[in-house]
Design a protein around this ligand. Structure first.
Ligand SMILES: CC(C)(COP(=O)(O)OP(=O)(O)OC[C@H]1O[C@@H](n2cnc3c(N)ncnc32)[C@H](O)[C@@H]1OP(=O)(O)O)[C@@H](O)C(=O)NCCC(=O)NCCS
Length: 164
């Protein structure tokens, strides 16, 4: 595989992000939400978005928000195109998140995952990826975390320490 490149997003990435999000998530964000997020990325107090590219083609992205008061980084979105999965690119996105957190003096990452994505062996499972990359469930459940398929789903909270 050619060398992957990680860089900060730019406003001109909007179409690529919308496309990646719709290909990787069964519940993508609305275009309007992405327009706001892309414009504000990197501004103080706003979520930060990074792009992952191979040979100048976007293959993934990650978005997180650093909560300085709680000293925790909340990963809001992280995705790699299906055909590029299982090559360590998800880990690479996490390392970028680690670096940014460390720079901000934050030592913990958190991600809240809809319960329907915590079914090991299922094609949409995310829990095995999280366990392999050092996350553990805190035991906290965020009730009615999201509305999916017309029903509220709970969110399972996973955390890990920054590991670089
Ligand atoms: C979650 C996601 C970003 C992982 O990306 P990826 O590039 O495949 O992850 P990596 O290749 O870096 O995987 C890291 C480790 O997790 C393992 N892993 C990844 N997905 C897995 C799965 N579905 N089941 C079991 N193990 C998995 C890999 O084998 C690897 O283990 P290893 O280092 O021991 O070999 C990707 O599957 C995705 O975009 N999913 C859809 C979007 C989504 O639900 N995102 C939620 C983010 S938590």
């Amino acid at each position: 595989m050619s060398n992957p490149i990680i860089r900060l997003s730019r406003p001109s990435d909007i179409n690529n992000i919308v496309s990646l999000d719709s290909k990787c998530y069964i519940y993508p964000f609305k275009i309007k939400d992405w327009q706001d997020l892309v414009q504000k990325s990197g501004h103080v107090g706003e979520p930060r978005l990074i792009m992952l590219e191979i040979l100048d083609r976007p293959v993934g992205f990650c978005m997180w928000n650093i909560d300085h008061e709680a000293r925790i980084t909340n990963i809001l979105r992280m995705a790699v195109l299906e055909k590029n999965r299982r090559f360590g690119l998800g880990r690479l996105l996490l390392t970028a998140c680690d670096r940014s957190s460390l720079k901000a003096g934050v030592e913990k990452l958190r991600i809240t995952v809809p319960d329907i994505h915590c079914c090991p062996g299922d094609p949409d499972d995310v829990s095995e990826f999280l366990l392999k990359t050092g996350f553990l469930t805190t035991g906290d459940i965020q009730p009615a975390f999201k509305q999916m398929y017309g029903d509220p789903v709970d969110g399972y909270v996973f955390e890990r320490r920054v590991t670089i």
